[in-house]
Each structure stands twice: as structure tokens, then as C-alpha cells.
Design a protein around this ligand. Structure first.
Ligand SMILES: CCCCC/C=C\CCC/C=C/CC(=O)SCCNC(=O)CCNC(=O)[C@H](O)C(C)(C)COP(=O)(O)OP(=O)(O)OC[C@H]1O[C@@H](n2cnc3c(N)ncnc32)[C@H](O)[C@@H]1OP(=O)(O)O
Length: 279
């Protein structure tokens, strides 16, 4: 019952060695035999458009395709922004078909990262709101750079939207029900020290140390015999993943209907205009 599809994914159809493969929006490299590094690289803020989400999913699968790789560090090319979350322009006055496909790509990214056979370490450089926090929480370990102006959390309510049920579940699993009630309800964004105090992240480090610390952590995980490590991960994560797989199209419908509502569109439009003060 527990052979969750996705985890323990077959690597047969995937490309083998990774040698600084560079593609649009992501850079994948392999600085050591057992650890790959996936850099998010979509200026200006690493927001997750459909194409960006697909690129990240593809890069994770490529890393999984190398049987020697046991761990993956997820980082950003921008030292101040890990990811600004979902690309809000995808949800602003969208074409329905594109909106639905966008959401499927986001679901797939979550299932791919959360369900990866690799041990995953998020090197959270700077801001990581909403979908950025989703990426971080989907990893096995989270290191964040210090700086109280950097924020991480689920701020959806402040945009006039709600997190999907599976993101809420992941939040509850990570920080517990009471803190999730406060965090979700208030759309709270946590500073690194606050995030550490509620276990949203595991470590706070100096900016210049983040990659080194994340790599060291990844090497530690990579040394654990994979059979037991992956089986443990499956036990902890498969229930949530299986539920989303069963409800995928229902979830697409909930997302579409919620986003297409006039009131939601007004909220998203106003929020987008407030960003950078330029749009
Ligand atoms: C009951 C049933 C419910 C069912 C509902 C189901 C599902 C709904 C799910 C919805 C889930 C949403 C999750 C999300 O991820 S929503 C996105 C949330 N993200 C944010 O709120 C972050 C917004 N951005 C910022 O706060 C800042 O940009 C920053 C990350 C702190 C960086 O600040 P700064 O360096 O000052 O950069 P700017 O603000 O000037 O931005 C530069 C540039 O980038 C644009 N931009 C920023 N973030 C995004 C984004 N997420 N998407 C698209 N574009 C973004 C910003 O507009 C600027 O553009 P211009 O230079 O052109 O003005």
C-alpha cells in the first residue's frame, strides 16, 4: 500500500551524469559524487511560472537519474531572494486553460520535490514567502541566511487568497496546528529567528556560509544507506502525496474557481500593483 508512486521513482529513462547542465531558469551541477546542486535562476525574484515549475521538476528528475546522487541542495542565484513564490501574473486575469495547466505544474513540482528519493536541503537565501516557503518545506532540511528583514511563511491571506489544503497540511506537519492557525490566519511572514523558533527552518547561518553549511548537511544525509532512508521518507510522506494524487483534478477545479472569482481577481490585481510600486 505504501509503494507511493513517485518516491523510489525508476531512473531508467533519465539522463545519467550531471555536469554543470544549464537550462532556462535553473542550473544543475554536481560538485561532489553524491550531492547535486539545483540553483533557481529566474530573475528578478525566482517566481514560479508554469515554465519555471516545469524546469525545477525536470531538473530534480535529472538529478535523481544519476544513481550515485543521494542528496540535492536547492539554492537561489539571488542572494536576497530564495523565491517570491508563485508567479502572481499567472493568476491575474488568466486564460482558464493556462491557469489549470499552471496549477497542475505546481502540483507536480510539489509531488516531485516532496517525494524525491533524494535527501533535499534548502539553502534559503533571503526572502521565501508563500510558494517559496512551499519549496523550502518540501525539502528534508532547511538552512536560512540571517537578516531579520528576510521573511519566510505563508502570506496568502494577505493577497486575498487561501493556501490549498495540501500546502496547509504541509504547514501543519512542519510547525504544528496552533502555530499554523496563527501563521495562516494572519498571513504571517517570519524572520529567520522567528522561523527557527517555530521549527519552520532548522538552522540560521551567515549569508556567506549558507551554501557550505547546506552542502555539509547534504553530505551527511547522503551517507545514510538509501534503502532505509527512502523507506522512512515514504512512510512519513506517502499519505499526503497519495491524497493529492487522488484529488488532483478536484484541486485544479477548486483553484480555478477560487482564482477566477471577481473578488479574488480584484485582490490579486491590487496586490500585484503594490509590488515594487511599478505595475
Ligand atoms: C478554499 C479553497 C481555496 C482554494 C485555493 C487554492 C489555491 C490558491 C493558492 C494560491 C497560492 C499562492 C501561493 C503564492 O506563492 S502567491 C505569491 C506570494 N508571493 C508574495 O506575496 C511575494 C511578493 N513579492 C515580494 O514580497 C517581494 O517582491 C520580495 C520577494 C520581498 C522581493 O522584494 P524586492 O526585492 O523589493 O522586489 P520587488 O518587490 O520590487 O519585485 C521585483 C519585481 O518582481 C515582481 N514580483 C515580485 N514577486 C512576484 C511574484 N510572486 N510574482 C510575480 N511577480 C513578482 C514585482 O512586481 C517587481 O516587478 P516590476 O519590477 O515589474 O515592478
Amino acid at each position: 500500500m505504501f509503494a507511493s508512486r513517485g518516491l523510489l521513482r525508476s531512473s531508467r529513462r533519465l539522463v545519467g551524469g550531471i555536469s554543470s547542465a544549464t537550462r532556462t531558469y535553473v542550473n544543475l551541477s554536481k560538485p561532489s559524487t553524491s550531492v547535486a546542486v539545483l540553483e533557481l535562476d529566474r530573475a528578478p525574484v525566482n517566481s514560479l511560472s508554469k515554465e519555471m515549475a516545469d524546469a525545477v521538476s525536470a531538473a530534480i528528475k535529472e538529478a535523481e537519474g544519476d544513481d550515485k546522487v543521494q542528496a540535492l541542495v536547492l539554492k537561489s542565484s539571488n542572494p536576497k531572494i530564495f523565491s517570491a513564490g508563485l508567479d502572481i501574473t499567472e493568476m491575474n486575469n488568466p486564460e482558464v486553460e493556462r491557469l489549470e495547466d499552471f496549477w497542475r505544474s505546481i502540483q507536480d513540482l510539489f509531488l516531485t520535490l516532496y517525494g524525491s528519493r533524494l535527501s533535499t536541503v534548502a539553502a534559503i537565501e533571503g526572502h521565501s514567502p508563500a510558494g517559496g516557503c512551499l519549496l523550502a518545506m518540501s525539502c528534508d532540511y532547511r538552512v536560512m541566511t540571517e537578516g531579520e528583514n528576510f521573511k519566510i511563511g505563508l502570506n496568502e491571506t494577505k493577497l486575498g487568497i487561501a493556501a490549498p489544503y495540501w500546502l496547509k497540511d504541509l504547514f501543519v506537519k512542519t510547525i504544528g496546528n496552533r502555530e499554523a492557525e496563527l501563521g495562516l490566519g494572519l498571513g504571517k511572514l517570519y524572520s529567520p529567528s522567528e522561523a527557527l523558533s517555530v521549527n519552520l527552518i532548522d538552522e540560521v547561518v551567515k549569508n556567506e556560509d549558507v551554501l557550505e553549511v547546506a552542502m555539509k548537511e547534504a553530505e551527511t544525509w547522503a551517507k545514510i544507506p538509501p534503502k532505509g532512508r527512502v523507506a522512512s521518507k515514504v512512510m512519513l510522506r506517502s499519505e499526503m502525496m497519495d491524497e493529492l494524487r487522488e484529488k488532483k483534478e478536484l484541486d485544479v477545479g477548486w483553484f480555478r474557481d477560487f482564482i477566477m472569482e471577481e473578488g479574488t481577481q480584484k485582490g490579486i490585481d491590487a496586490y500585484l500593483k503594490s509590488l515594487g510600486g511599478k505595475k
